[in-house]
Design a binder for this molecule. Structure first.
Ligand SMILES: Nc1ncnc2c1ncn2[C@@H]1O[C@H](COP(=O)(O)OP(=O)(O)O)[C@@H](O)[C@H]1O
Ligand SMILES: [Mg+2]
Length: 194
């Protein structure tokens, strides 16, 4: 479980304030809001990247993973396989994912040679494999229908394994894949069942 209480964060003219919010195990949450509403800021706080806030964030999940927006641009390793291995750690998990995504024959290639969509899918799939609280910032932007369906499938698969997913979107239609919708507006978050 992830529990947030009395959270507030201030910038010049921007405020995020959340009184009480609980993220339960085994559920999918969408965080919906316009550009600049504070979605990424909120994920950064949960991920522990941004510590510049007031209030309590109690995270009881064993391992929290964060697929940042445009994660396909975050290339660190020399080969596709090493890239995935650095997330999932276990060799057999990396091999399984590469086979599943039909990228086994490209595993020794530079990650730069994959298409953006292939990289996005691979990274998100790996994060879903390795962590039990999974944060994904704007997973659907710039994906074609098939790739988008694949990401939705990764999210649903994670839930079926008892994991918790929080993804953001600025398109209301894309909240459809979640159990609960968190709408962020004027710095406040309203929750509803989907
Ligand atoms: N480190 C920062 N310093 C000052 N302002 C920031 C910082 N990070 C984000 N902001 C501002 O906070 C607001 C929320 O940004 P963000 O969380 O990225 O929104 P969203 O992801 O919903 O589009 C924006 O107005 C943005 O410019
Ligand atoms: Mg954002």
């Amino acid at each position: 479980m992830l529990k947030i209480s009395n959270l507030s964060k201030n910038y010049k003219g921007f405020l995020l304030k959340v009184k009480d919010l609980v993220f339960e195990v085994g559920k999918i949450y969408s965080l919906y809001g316009k550009n600049g509403a504070g979605k990424t800021t909120f994920l950064n706080i949960i991920a522990g990247i941004d510590e510049n806030y007031n209030g309590q964030v109690i995270n009881n999940f064993k391992k929290t993973g964060y697929a940042v927006q445009f994660i396909e641009n975050v290339i660190c390793k020399r080969t596709v396989k090493d890239e995935i291995l650095s997330i999932v750690i276990e060799e057999k998990k990396a091999e399984k994912i590469l086979l599943e995504l039909n990228l086994d024959d490209k595993k020794e290639m530079s990650p730069f040679l994959l298409s953006s969509g292939e990289k996005r899918l691979l990274f998100i799939r790996a994060v879903c494999e390795a962590f039990d609280l999974i944060l994904i910032d704007e997973p659907f932007i710039n994906l074609d229908r098939k790739s988008k369906m694949a990401v939705i499938n990764f999210i649903k698969m994670s839930k079926n394994l008892g994991k918790t997913v929080i993804y953001t979107t600025n398109r209301i239609k894309d909240v459809a894949h979640s159990d609960k919708v968190l709408e962020i507006e004027n710095g406040e978050i309203k929750t509803r069942d989907n």
